[in-house]
Design a binder for this molecule. Structure first.
Ligand SMILES: [Cu+2]
Length: 316
């Protein structure tokens, strides 16, 4: 049998100063300098990554929220980060304390006294993590229940149908629709060609979400919430947009070759501007609906019932 030693004892025995000089002579950085350089690169990388974030530190670098879900999601996100950083620092502190306090000292021979089956300590590191998970679970479940609550009566209902690789918007109350086509965002005038979703500000908007083909996900980052769109199933999401402006929407579920180009624009506008847009869509002949039933997958009956009947079949 051929045994390979873990350490090269001759190298370990060489004084550090000689290794550093040797490293310099050979054109390589000495290990300590190399570690310093690596650390500097890491700090620069993290700084660069964080500078790409839109938000502020107090919001956990989340985008500026423009819906009633914003505060709840931001609080959960920031609270979770504070909790995990606190746990992380305490754990790191205990590791460093143990490593320094119980390090091998000059003259120490063999192993120290070995302890095992320390019941109080084992109870502690079983009970504390279980309690931490329970706290995370409580807040997550509480917020998820609020975010997915659809019991309130909406002011406006919009049926959103995802398809490879664009979106159809049926404005249920106004009997008009917009049908999108796949747009490459790098082509000239791409934003004007993208499908645009209009929603009135400070009104409860219900999105009835369906898919024509594969699994997609309805995501407007500034709404601070998103929901999957499953073939044959209906998901419902309610939000109250609370700030006017133009925002981006996208698909958040890998859905094929052009998933990354499955984009749309969102205009949060006043009720008057919303009504004007509904009139404009009617005037250009986009009345009725693009039927949800014209999809690859047959609807599960219970989920078909969640879609307004005229939207399933196409209305007009
Ligand atoms: Cu998609």
């Amino acid at each position: 049998m051929h045994l390979v030693p873990e350490h090269d004892d001759t190298a370990a025995a060489t004084p550090v100063v000689n290794r550093a000089t040797a490293a310099k002579a050979s054109g390589h950085l000495p290990p300590r300098r190399r570690r310093g350089l690596l650390f500097a690169v890491l700090v620069a990388g993290v700084t660069l990554a964080l500078s790409g974030c839109q938000g502020k530190l107090s919001d956990g670098f989340l985008p500026n929220a423009v819906s009633d879900s914003g505060d709840r999601v931001t609080d959960l996100w920031v609270g979770s980060w504070i909790a995990v950083l606190a746990v992380g620092f305490i754990t790191l502190g205990l590791i460093l304390y143990a490593a320094i306090r119980f390090r091998k000292r000059k003259g120490d021979e063999g192993l120290p006294v070995q302890l095992r089956y320390n019941v109080p300590v084992e109870m502690l590191y079983t009970v504390v993590p279980v309690m931490m998970v329970a706290v995370f679970f409580y807040y997550t479940a509480r917020d998820e229940a609020a975010l997915t609550d659809t019991s309130k009566k909406p002011d406006v209902t919009i049926s959103v149908v995802a398809k490879q690789w664009s979106w159809d918007f049926n404005y249920v109350d106004s009997n008009v629709h917009e049908s999108g086509i796949h747009v490459n965002p790098s082509e000239p005038g791409a934003i004007a060609k993208m499908p645009t979703l209009y929603v009135p500000v400070n009104k409860r908007v219900e999105f009835v979400l369906n898919s024509r083909d594969v699994i997609h996900s309805f995501w407007v980052p500034s709404f601070m919430t998103k929901l999957d769109m499953l073939p044959g199933k209906t998901n419902i999401l309610q939000i109250v947009p609370n700030q006017t402006g133009v925002f981006q929407g996208k698909c958040a579920e890998l859905c094929g070759a052009y998933h990354s180009q499955m984009l749309f624009m969102v205009h949060i506008v006043s009720q008057a501007d919303y009504d004007a847009e509904m009139k404009r869509l009617a005037a250009i002949g986009q009345t009725g609906f693009i039927p949800v039933d014209a999809s690859r997958e047959k609807m599960v009956p219970a989920d078909a019932a969640k879609i307004p009947a005229q939207v399933r079949t196409g209305g007009n």
